[in-house]
Ligand binder design. Sequence first.
Ligand code: PMP
Length: 448
Amino acid sequence: LIEWDKKYIWHPFTQMKYWLSDEPTIFIEGRDCFLKDVDGKWYLDGVSSLWVNIHGHRRPEIDEAVKAQIDKLAHSTLLGACNEPSILLAKRLAQLLATKLPWGKPLTKIFYSDNGSTAVEIAMKIAYQYWVNQGIKDKDTFVSLREGYHGDTIGAVSVGGVELFHEVYKPLLNKSIQAPAPYCYRCELKLSYPSCGLACLGEMEKIIKQNHEKIIAVIVEPLVQCAGGIIVWPEGYLKGLRKLCNEYNILLIADEVATGFGRTGRMFACEHEEVTPDIICLSKGITNGYMPLAVTAVNEEIFNAFLGELEERKTFYHGHSYTGNPLACAAAVANLEIFEKDKTIETLPPKIELLKRKLLEIAELPHAGDVRQKGMIAGIELVKDKKTKEPFPYNEQTGWKVVRAARKHGVWLRPLGDVIVIMPPLVVSEKNLERLLDVIKDCIIGLS
Ligand code: PMP
């Protein structure tokens, strides 16, 4: 397998194909919060694979739902037809979104696709055409945040703000303006929170004020900019952003691909600031890692802008081959049922407290520059010099050093640069969570 992997697979992020070890880790089994490799070694999965396995690996209820669906129908198209699981999931999701985000027009129209990037791509196309369908054709610009990450397709890259990932594609991208990220540890405006009075939101306001006639939508990852380095926003930023969008009649797209489904301690991150976006993008945790699936949900007003006679050309010309795949939708329905049955969100507060306590211990270490947490998402930003916040040189790959050391101790992690990411399944036991943090602590100590 190793030989064929080396010969045939082009792994994402070419040079990091084996996450900087010499050979690929080949997983053959998953149970609860653990993954087993081909040599029989078990790892505690500290990042839910790629932030997807909310209820851990293999859940009997989801296994059963997928098996039962396979016996009935594995796939059929959603173009001019439908299938049972996709309808049941849409109904459940629409009700969930309306209940959890009741501060604006409910997000009750569900558009399916296959991954987080396409959920974003679709949100961008819908937002643009929403205006065009109303005769407003001079809007051509999105506003997003520096250090934002919304996926790897061209549209998603256009609104992305991580230089390392996005710079090379600049000539191909469509128009977007980026505002400073609410990244307090490395504040672009050289201010500190809370005395700054959210000056970064003031910068966003300036951009919106100057360009509002051209702006289609603002797209952000509410509360935590994940792939940009687990940047946790200061309180009030999201609420202020919603206010600005209302004031200037601009759509707000919430990319909750990573933060959705309980990650932040609420079902959706927007709940923390009582904000209802106009469009929400969901994926990752939706099927608990069983099958690729994504959702772009909008309110009725947006959906209605796409109705009309054929010759009016208001149709949303978009649809994928696997849209609304019955197996994926059956997995997602079973996953949402577990949230209800196990009261997943209600079980989180003690784990969130434990995580906080362990992070405070880690914050004392000489190379822990900043520790950030929102619910069950955490990041530890490693620095060479804690006083000056000087980062480690890029070529030293310090984040990877910690991650490789953790793997020796049977803990599976993946860093973002020199930020150690902690996103275990929400069902992680307190004992395993404590072990996860203890191993990370020891590996960071090992840097000194
Ligand atoms: N948006 C956010 C906020 C993400 O974190 C990601 C994935 N890390 C994406 C979009 C893209 O999702 P996918 O990798 O499924 O295309």
